[in-house]
Design a protein. Sequence first.
Length: 279
Amino acid sequence: MNFGFTEIIWIVLLLFTVLPMIQQRSIAVRRLSLLRKIEEKRQSRVISLIHRQEAISLLGIPISRYINVEDSEHILRAIRLTPDDMPIDLILHTPGGLVLASEQIARALQQHQAKVTVFVPHYAMSGGTLISLAADEIILDPNAVLGPVDPQLGQYPAASILKVVQQKNINRIDDNTLILADMAEKAVRQVQEFVETLLLDKMSAAKAKELARMLAEGRWTHDYPITCEKLREMELPSICNEMPLEVYELMELYPQPAQQRPSVQYIPLPYDNSKKPPR
């Protein structure tokens, strides 16, 4: 059978269109299979909230992912479908997102009667930390981190906006900044109050209030890494070195978009400790 140039072009375009769809479908099936494997192993409802940049369309354009109301709708539905006496395991990997969506998820997890465990294989920043604080137990990779929950207004930290108003003469501050400062004050207070309610069943009222203020007042930059050791100092129920291998396997099924020149390369096999790496 002979194909003309036009037919070959159409076949190539069809392959470039269909193959990524088949690959994505295969990955989706493997994800669900792995989630089920973890559920059977731990006798729990396993929910994943994983935000990574994945390739889309023919051009492989990366899209940014963060916690939004669609995420909260899906997770709230999963929690509603979970029996009250069944533990929930949430695998969490996110840079954060909308406060509203994060608080909805955290509140729903806190109200679940059975044990709630959050697994953080790499990081759960901002809204991800807010969700983690609702759990009965936080299990982190030894190098995983959480972050502060100080609210952000657009590109500015709420705490920094308040600091401007405190340091400058009010007559030299424009109206927009004053309006932002009013919003910032409310945002910080609201987040502090919510974090405090999440912590009250884990520690004394005084300690919960102090810790909520520490996490929300803007003491650190928004990307400050809160390690497992730091969480222990805060008296939060955190555990290191007990991450199930299946969680790492699941993360591998959320690939980053391919690059022509990868930034990181290594031979993906564990070395025998008794042998030296090849030279």
